[in-house]
Structures are given as structure tokens and as C-alpha cells.
Design a protein around this ligand. Structure first.
Ligand SMILES: Nc1ncnc2c1ncn2[C@@H]1O[C@H](COP(=O)(O)OP(=O)(O)OP(=O)(O)O)[C@@H](O)[C@H]1O
Ligand SMILES: [Mg+2]
Length: 220
């Protein structure tokens, strides 16, 4: 057996379907950190390092043949392995806050529920390859058609955005189930509300976490 997952006390992730508003909320969280005088690291998945960003390009490119589900899963975890080791863990070790636009929950939702891959295999990859989970995950929950309309308003669809609606329904359902199973880690936000209301609720959750997290260096 591999070691259990460590929780990063200053590690926060954003999850949700296409066009849920993750990038919009990330900008609001950045504002909240800056107001608090906290110099956080802002990152995203797939990606977050030069190598992992190249893997992201492979995953989203529509010019080559479709990736097999297993290929997509392993590319996601290859990128995440690098992201954790090169970006997230070193920053957390220095006492910095890290906010990631998507993380491992996305693999359970997209490659697990969406592509139908074995959740136990994903859990094993999470333990062996990632080993880390966030203290807080903000799940932006929005009906699939609302999110897709927002995302598609931005231009050409990438590989994932070109999926069918039932794929995204499975993704949404999986995210909600994960949130229900881990209520102490997840905060579910109704992302169908106006962007200002969504941002305000996300910032309130972040501030509550900051308030209950000991200052860097104050822990044993
Ligand atoms: N609550 C909201 N209400 C209406 N429009 C919104 C809301 N939040 C974001 N938007 C708009 O919807 C679009 C998608 O938002 P955003 O890029 O933040 O979503 P995302 O979750 O990051 O999408 P992706 O999964 O594609 O990265 C943007 O044009 C954004 O301005
Ligand atoms: Mg985004």
C-alpha cells in the first residue's frame, strides 16, 4: 500500500464543468489574497509547469486522432505528477498559498465518470502519483447547458469541449457526488448566479479558511 494522501493546509482548488466560471472566480480569489497581503501561487491543470503545459496541449489538440480514455487519464496524471513536484509541493513547503484551477477531482469526474474508467485505478494513481489533496475545493456547480453556452461563447471548442451533453451530465453528477462524500473539504457554490454573487461566496469561503489556518511557521 502507498502512503495516505496529505492535505495541503494552504492548498485550494477550483472545480466545475466547462464555463462554470472557474477562471472568473480565480481572478476574484487573487483580489482577496492581494487585499490580505498574501502572495499566493496561481496555477491550473492540466498544466502549471512548462512540461505539463505541453502535455495539456496534447490533451486538448483536435488535430491528431482521439486519445484513448486510458491515454487521456495517464496524460492527465503525467502532467499532475510534474505539477505537484515542480510547482505545488515546493510552494507549499515554503509556506505559500497555492490555488489551482482544477486538480485530481477533475480526473475522477472527466476520466472516471465521463470516460467510464475505473475509479479504483484513479484512486491508486492519486495515492501513488499525487499524494496530496487540497484543504478546500470550491465546486462551481451549474447546469450543463448554461456552462457550455458560456464556454462556447469564447470561440472554437477544444477536444473536451467538443464532447456530447451526456458526457458533461456525468461529469457534473460525479462532481456533486464527490462533494457530498467530502463535505468538510468541498464548498459547493451555485454558479448559475451572477458572477459577482459567485465570486463573493467563493471569497467568503477562502477568507474563512485563511482565518482558521495557522500562519506559516507557526505550526509544529
Ligand atoms: N456567474 C456567471 N454568470 C454569467 N457569466 C459568467 C459567470 N461566470 C463566468 N461567466 C462568463 O462565462 C464565460 C466562462 O467563464 P470562465 O472562463 O470563468 O469559466 P471556466 O470555468 O474557467 O471555463 P473553462 O472550463 O472553459 O476554463 C466567460 O465569458 C465569463 O465571463
Ligand atoms: Mg477556465
Amino acid at each position: 500500500m502507498s502512503a495516505p494522501l496529505r492535505t495541503g493546509a494552504r492548498f485550494v482548488t477550483l472545480e466545475g464543468g466547462e464555463g462554470a466560471g472557474k477562471s472568473t472566480v480565480l481572478a476574484a480569489l487573487r483580489g482577496a489574497f492581494e487585499d490580505a497581503g498574501i502572495d499566493a501561487v496561481y496555477t491550473r491543470e492540466p498544466g502549471g509547469t512548462p512540461l505539463a503545459e505541453q502535455i495539456r496541449g496534447l490533451m486538448l489538440d483536435t488535430h491528431h486522432e482521439p486519445a484513448a480514455p486510458e491515454t487521456e487519464l495517464l496524460l492527465a496524471f503525467a502532467a499532475r505528477a510534474q505539477h505537484v513536484r515542480a510547482t505545488i509541493a515546493p510552494a507549499l513547503a515554503r509556506g505559500r498559498w497555492v490555488i489551482s484551477d482544477r486538480f485530481t477531482d477533475a480526473s475522477y469526474a472527466y476520466q472516471g465518470a465521463g470516460r467510464g474508467l475505473d475509479l479504483h485505478f484513479i484512486a491508486e494513481l492519486e495515492r501513488r502519483v499525487v499524494g496530496l489533496r487540497p484543504a478546500l475545493t470550491l465546486l462551481l456547480d451549474v447546469p450543463v447547458d448554461v456552462g457550455l453556452a458560456r464556454a462556447r461563447g469564447r470561440g472554437a471548442a477544444d477536444r473536451i469541449e467538443s464532447e456530447r451533453n451526456d458526457f458533461f451530465e456525468r461529469v457534473r453528477h460525479a462532481y456533486r457526488e464527490r462533494a457530498a462524500a467530502e463535505p468538510e473539504r468541498f464548498a459547493v457554490i451555485d454558479a448559475g448566479q451572477p458572477a459577482e454573487a459567485v465570486a463573493q461566496q467563493a471569497v467568503a469561503r477562502l477568507r474563512a479558511l485563511i482565518a482558521r489556518t495557522p500562519a506559516a511557521g507557526a505550526q509544529a
